[in-house]
Write a new protein. Structure first.
Length: 115
């Protein structure tokens, strides 16, 4: 395992872990691998938001996803990245951003009806 992780495969392991159901076991394994130096560290709250956004948008019908994706990716996730770079992106901010994306269909509903 160490031999595989020395090359460029290290960064490719995060998507494999992110594709698994996100529970306590996955979080524990990721933290062990990060502590052991096999995976690079990252802002876990930002990663939670990015993964949640991708999963949520993938479940939406095409037209609804087309309306919500720009708001989610260009506004919410970009702002979260900015806050993460300053070290101010905490778990409650992640939950608030998820709530904003969840509320987006209601905010965009008049636009969707008129288009």
């Amino acid at each position: 395992m160490t031999g595989e992780a020395e090359g460029t495969g290290v960064c490719r392991r995060f998507p494999a872990l992110d594709a698994l159901p996100q529970g306590h076991a996955t979080t524990y394994i990721r933290s062990l691998l990060t502590t052991g130096g096999l995976l690079p560290s990252r802002d876990e709250n930002l990663a939670l938001l990015i993964n949640w956004t991708a999963r949520t948008l993938a479940k939406l019908p095409g037209r609804q996803a087309t309306l919500i994706r720009p708001f989610a990716e260009r506004h919410v996730v970009r702002d979260a990245r900015r806050r993460s770079a300053r070290g101010r992106y905490i778990y409650t901010a992640h939950k608030g951003d998820c709530a904003n994306i969840r509320a987006a269909p209601w905010a965009l509903w008049p636009t969707a009806v008129m288009a």
